[in-house]
Ligand binder design. Structure first.
Ligand code: UDP
Length: 526
C-alpha cells in the first residue's frame, strides 16, 4: 500500500517499492485535491509493481484539450507497450484521464507527474482545459500552460544522473516550449501533432511566414501556402482563429507564435495519420515543418477503445450501442458532433435541429454540455417516436462510430473525429468551424472523395435549414460514392497499423530511435 502525506495543499504519494518514484500532486482547491487523490492512488498502485527501471524514459507532455490529450495518451500507451517507459504530465483537471493508461500498464511502464496548473493573468480563474471552452481562450491557455517549463526542467534535472533520466521529450505541438527544454537537457525533442500533416503544416506555415491581408476588412482575402504541395490557398476566414487573432507585438500573440516556431527546431514530428490518407504531404520533407522528418503512426486509437475514452460519459457505450441495435439497416443512423470545444453557435444549431426534424432521419447528436440546442427540440424528438437521441455531456464517440447502424457523421472535422470516422468506415458530412478544420474538410472532400460538405460558412455564416436538410437527405439513404470510398479508407487504415503496415513500421522505427537516443532529424531519407 502507498503511504500518503498531506502538506497544506500538496500531496506526495510514494510507493513502498524502492524503484518507483513518488507521485507529487500540488492542488489549488479541495475539489482538485479530491480528483488528484483518486487519480494518484491509481497511479501509485501501478508504481508498486514497478519492475523495469532501466528502460529508457520518455517525458510525455500532452496539452490540456481532449482533442490533443486523447491521441497523445494513446501514443504513450503504444510506446509503453513497446518497451519504453513514459512519464506523462498532467494537472489536477486532467489527471483522471491518465488513470486508465497507468492502470493498463501493470509493469509501471506509465507514470504520472501531476503538477498544479500555472495561474496566468490572461486566463480566467478556474480554466485549466479547453474542454467546453470557446476557441478564443486557446491562446491564453497555451501561454499559461507554458509556465510548466520551470517545474518540469527542475524535475528532469534532478534525475539527470540516475537510471530515471529522461532520454527524450515528446510534447504536443501547443507545447513548443518543450523543445528548448529538450535542447537544454541535451535530449531529442519530438513534436506530437494532434492534427494531420497537412493541417499541422498549414498552422506552422502561418506562424512561420505571418501572411497578412491587403485589405484588413476582407474576410475572403486569399492566403496562399506556396511551400505546400499544390500551393493551396484559403480565404482568411477559414484559417485558424489562433492565427487570425495574432497581433504583431502583442505579448500573448508573440508567445503563441514563438511556441509554434520552436517546434520547427525540434528533432522530428510524429502525427496521428497514415501514409495512404496524406501521401501527398508525406512524400518529401515540408519547409513549413522545418524540413523535419514526420512519423505517421496512426490511427493510434486502440481497437478495443472503451466507451469512456476521454472521460466519464453521459451515457455508457454499452447503453448507446443497445439503443443503436434497434435500427436494422446498416449505416442508416447519423452521428453528429462538433468536438470537445464550444464551437456551435445558436443559428447553426437551429439550422441543424430544423433539418433533422424535417428529414426525420435517425440520429445521435453528441451535443456536449454547452450546445445551444433550440428549446423544445429534444421533447419533440422523443414525442416523434425516439428516432433521435441527444447526448448532453461526454459521448462515447468511438463506440458509436464503430456501431454498424451508424453510416454518416456530421463533423466539425477535428482531426481525431476524422481519423476515428475514417478507421470506422463512416462517411463524413463536413461542417468545419475553425482551427485546422477547413484544411481537414478540403482534404476529405476535394482530395480523398470521402465526404460531402454541409457548409463552408464556418463560425459566422450558418446555412439555411432547407439547405442542410437537402444535403442530409441526398446523402443518407441514397447510393453514394463516398460510402464506398469511406470503406476503402477504413481498410487502408487497418492495413497501416497491422504488423508490417506503414504506420506500424513508422512506430517501430520511432521506438528504436527513442531507445537509442539517435533521432533522424530531416525527412530527406524517407
Ligand atoms: N469526444 C468524445 N465524446 C464527446 C466529444 C468528443 O469522445 O462527446 C472525443 C472524440 O472522439 C475525439 C475528441 O474527443 O477523440 C475530439 O477531438 P477532435 O479533434 O475531433 O475535435 P476537437 O474537440 O479537438 O475540436
Amino acid at each position: 500500500m502507498p503511504f500518503i502525506k498531506k502538506k497544506n495543499v500538496e500531496f506526495t504519494f510514494a510507493s513502498r517499492s524502492p524503484a518507483a518514484p513518488p507521485v507529487t500532486v500540488h492542488c489549488h482547491c479541495p475539489r482538485q485535491a479530491g480528483v488528484a487523490l483518486a487519480f494518484a492512488m491509481a497511479a501509485t498502485r501501478a508504481t508498486d509493481s514497478f519492475t523495469a527501471p532501466a528502460r529508457p524514459l520518455i517525458l510525455v507532455i500532452p496539452y490540456p484539450a481532449p482533442g490533443h490529450m486523447i491521441p497523445l495518451l494513446d501514443l504513450a500507451g503504444l510506446l509503453a507497450s513497446r518497451g519504453l517507459r513514459v512519464t506523462v504530465v498532467a494537472t489536477p483537471a486532467t489527471a483522471l484521464l491518465l488513470a486508465p493508461l497507468v492502470d493498463a500498464h501493470h509493469d509501471g511502464a506509465v507514470q504520472a507527474l501531476v503538477l498544479p496548473f500555472p495561474s496566468h493573468p490572461a486566463l480566467p480563474a478556474g480554466v485549466e482545459s479547453a474542454k467546453d471552452s470557446p476557441p478564443t481562450l486557446f491562446a491564453s491557455l497555451i501561454v499559461a500552460f507554458a509556465e510548466l517549463i520551470g517545474p518540469l526542467g527542475s524535475w528532469a534535472r534532478e534525475r539527470s544522473d540516475t537510471p530515471d533520466r529522461v532520454v527524450a521529450i515528446l510534447a504536443d505541438h501547443s507545447c513548443g516550449w518543450a523543445q528548448p527544454l529538450a535542447a537544454e537537457l541535451g535530449v531529442p525533442g519530438i513534436v506530437f501533432s494532434p492534427s494531420g500533416v497537412y493541417g499541422s503544416a498549414v498552422l506552422h506555415s502561418l506562424f512561420r511566414r505571418a501572411p497578412r491581408r491587403e485589405d484588413e476588412s476582407d474576410e475572403e482575402s486569399q492566403i496562399s501556402f506556396p511551400d505546400l504541395p499544390g500551393s493551396p490557398a484559403y480565404p482568411w476566414r477559414q484559417l485558424s482563429l489562433l492565427y487570425r487573432t495574432y497581433k504583431e507585438g502583442d505579448e500573448i500573440s508573440e508567445a503563441v507564435r514563438r511556441n509554434f516556431l520552436w517546434n520547427l527546431e525540434g528533432s522530428a514530428f510524429v502525427s496521428n495519420t497514415f501514409r495512404r490518407l496524406e501521401e501527398r504531404y508525406l512524400r518529401a520533407p515540408l519547409a513549413d515543418l522545418g524540413l523535419r522528418r514526420v512519423h505517421a503512426v496512426g490511427p493510434v486509437a486502440p481497437p478495443d477503445a472503451t466507451g469512456d475514452r476521454g472521460g466519464e460519459t453521459a451515457v455508457s457505450g454499452v447503453d448507446l450501442c443497445a439503443w443503436l441495435d434497434r435500427f436494422p439497416d446498416d449505416g442508416s443512423v447519423l452521428y453528429i458532433s462538433f468536438g470537445s470545444m464550444a464551437v456551435l453557435q445558436p443559428p447553426h444549431a437551429a439550422a441543424l435541429a430544423s433539418a433533422l426534424e424535417r428529414t426525420g432521419l435517425a440520429f445521435v447528436w453528441a451535443a456536449g454540455k454547452t450546445a445551444p440546442i433550440p428549446e423544445g427540440f429534444e421533447e419533440r424528438v422523443v414525442a416523434a417516436g425516439g428516432r433521435g437521441k441527444v447526448i448532453r455531456g461526454w459521448a462515447p464517440q468511438v463506440a458509436a462510430l464503430r456501431h454498424r447502424a451508424v453510416g454518416w457523421f456530421v463533423t466539425h472535422c477535428g482531426w481525431n473525429s476524422v481519423l476515428e470516422a475514417a478507421a470506422a468506415g463512416v462517411a463524413m458530412l463536413t461542417w468545419p468551424m475553425t482551427a485546422d478544420q477547413f484544411v481537414n474538410a478540403r482534404l476529405l472532400v476535394d482530395e480523398l472523395g470521402a465526404a460531402v460538405p454541409v457548409s463552408w460558412g464556418g463560425l459566422k455564416a450558418a446555412p439555411a435549414a432547407d439547405e442542410v436538410a437537402r444535403v442530409l437527405h441526398t446523402a443518407i439513404g441514397g447510393k453514394h460514392d463516398v460510402v464506398a470510398r469511406a470503406r476503402e479508407i477504413a481498410a487502408e487504415a487497418a492495413a497501416a497499423v497491422r504488423e508490417g503496415g506503414d504506420s506500424w513500421r513508422e512506430l517501430e522505427e520511432l521506438v528504436r530511435e527513442l531507445a537509442s537516443e539517435s533521432i533522424t532529424k530531416t525527412g530527406l531519407d524517407y
